[in-house]
Write a protein that binds this ligand. Structure first.
Ligand code: ATP
Ligand code: MG
Length: 444
């Protein structure tokens, strides 16, 4: 892709309305454009990153056997009246009337809708467990939308729902998601910590928020540092193995401010292991038993002929918020250098030819390199403008392709100037560059 033909509306300076670095960078390189308060259009660069995140989220859901569906954004108020949440949800719910005067709403979440889908078809314990997910836009009329797509009104979420016969089986489902979430965030090159969370108005008895550390995060967190050293390697998709893995995490005190208790914290964690900081919630899992199935009458036949209400959990990941969360974690604001993890980078590599008005050979060379990269499934962006070298580098540092190939004075024969964004350059043959990038892509 040539930068001159791409829709990447870069700004010279940081936009003054943006208070945190992800919002600054996303506006600066034209990843998003606000259309009204808390509502955004996703432009090519931002959309590319979000789609790649979505793909990873999807793959990790598929791996634990969750089945993908797609529910609508607009829901009928009827099912929300059945669960009792139509009143409870309050002003965050966007309520709409259709031409017949029927009360509709833009879904802020989907427990009711998925319970309705489940109850209409699944009648026996023999069909359990059922794990369903979808990736869909949500709308919550937040009082104070802010920080760009981090806390907005319309956002893209993966939400999954589990249906089981008993508490024990439901915990098995819960633990599958627990593992799957840690794997998902690892692939995004993020360290997300599971934190015991308040079960709040949704109720129930088991809940974890997955939080990544960031000074600009909205959640205050209190944790035992040793939780960072835990590994999920070797965990199998089996009851015991999953249970042990979750227990390993639960040994360490790790909560957000809603659940924080000073005395407990100081008793359980010695001073040198205490970490009090802030973080961004990127995922949230809940077990809430029959909270919805009971009022909505979703029950199944048990072995022996009795019936019982199905035990449910729900599992969310903020797919669009993750774009911002990765920037918060990876953007070096001082030097204005962004390095996207290769797994979600908008481009794998930037080609920066030094173009001289009367000599197009550098551009031709860039073109040929690009063709070769494309043959190897490496996605490149070429800066074909005639701006000076330092402004080209500056621009590419913001766009954040993790690697750069510079075609200029240092290029000698088939040795190219190659660098990781923000680092020093080295001489590399194209063949070796292709191998290196391919290796990184395969690993992720
Ligand atoms: P928060 O505490 O941040 O308001 P929540 O607890 O209301 O979030 P959940 O219902 O658990 O959110 O939604 C699942 C995920 O969706 C969250 O972990 C978060 O990543 C994302 N999310 C929730 N609200 C927003 C929002 N207003 N803008 C962007 N992403 C959001
Ligand atoms: Mg939450």
């Amino acid at each position: 892709m040539f930068i001159s033909k791409s829709f990447i509306p870069i700004l010279k300076n940081n936009p003054s309305e943006a208070k945190i670095k992800s919002h600054q960078l996303m506006l600066r390189v034209g990843m998003i454009k606000q259309s009204s308060a808390g509502i955004y259009s996703w432009l090519p660069l931002g959309f590319k990153v979000m789609k790649k995140i979505e793909k990873i989220v999807r793959e990790e859901q598929d791996k634990i056997g969750v089945q993908e569906i797609l529910m609508p954004t607009i829901q009928s108020s009827e099912i929300w009246k059945e669960s009792g949440r139509y009143e409870d949800y309050g002003e965050e719910m966007l309520r709409i009337k259709d031409r017949q005067g029927r009360e509709m709403l833009y879904g802020p979440t989907n427990e009711e809708l998925v319970t309705d889908i489940f109850r209409s078809s699944i009648k026996s314990y023999k069909s359990l467990p059922q794990l369903l997910y979808h990736i869909q836009w949500k709308f919550r009329d937040e009082v104070r939308p802010r920080f760009g797509i981090m806390r907005c009104r319309e956002f893209y979420m993966k939400d999954a729902y589990s249906f089981d016969i008993s508490d024990e089986e439901a915990q098995f489902s819960y633990n599958k998601f627990f593992l799957s979430y840690l794997k998902t965030f690892n692939r995004l090159d993020l360290t997300a910590i599971p934190m015991a969370a308040d079960t709040g108005p949704i109720g129930g008895n088991l809940s974890h928020e997955f939080i990544i550390l960031a000074e600009t995060g909205e959640s205050k967190i209190f944790t035992d540092k040793r939780i960072f050293d835990l590994s999920i390697e070797g965990t199998k998709l089996e009851k015991k193995s999953l249970e042990n893995m979750r227990k390993k995490f639960e040994v360490y005190y790790s909560v957000t401010d809603e659940k924080f208790n000073k005395q407990e914290f100081e008793k359980e964690v010695i001073e040198e292991n205490r970490l009090i900081t802030k973080g961004i919630e990127v995922g949230h899992i809940f077990y809430f038993g029959d909270k919805y199935s009971k009022p909505m009458g979703a029950s199944v036949d048990l072995p022996g002929g009795k019936k019982d209400f199905i035990k449910m959990g729900s599992y969310g990941i903020g797919v669009s918020r993750l774009v911002g969360a990765i920037i918060e974690a990876k953007y070096d604001e001082k030097n204005e250098v962004m390095k996207w993890p290769i797994s979600v980078a908008p481009y794998d590599v930037a080609i920066i030819p030094m173009i001289n008005k009367n000599d197009t050979s550098a551009l031709e060379k860039a073109n040929n390199i690009n063709l070769e990269l494309n043959k190897n499934n490496i996605d490149a962006i070429i800066d074909d403008t005639d701006e000076n070298f330092s402004s080209k580098i500056k621009k590419m540092n913001l766009i954040g392709a993790p690697y750069q190939i510079i075609i200029g004075k240092q290029t000698d024969g088939d040795l190219l100037e190659f660098k990781e964004v923000g680092k020093d350059s080295q001489k590399f043959k194209l063949k070796d560059i292709i191998n290196l990038i391919t290796e990184q892509k395969v690993k992720n």
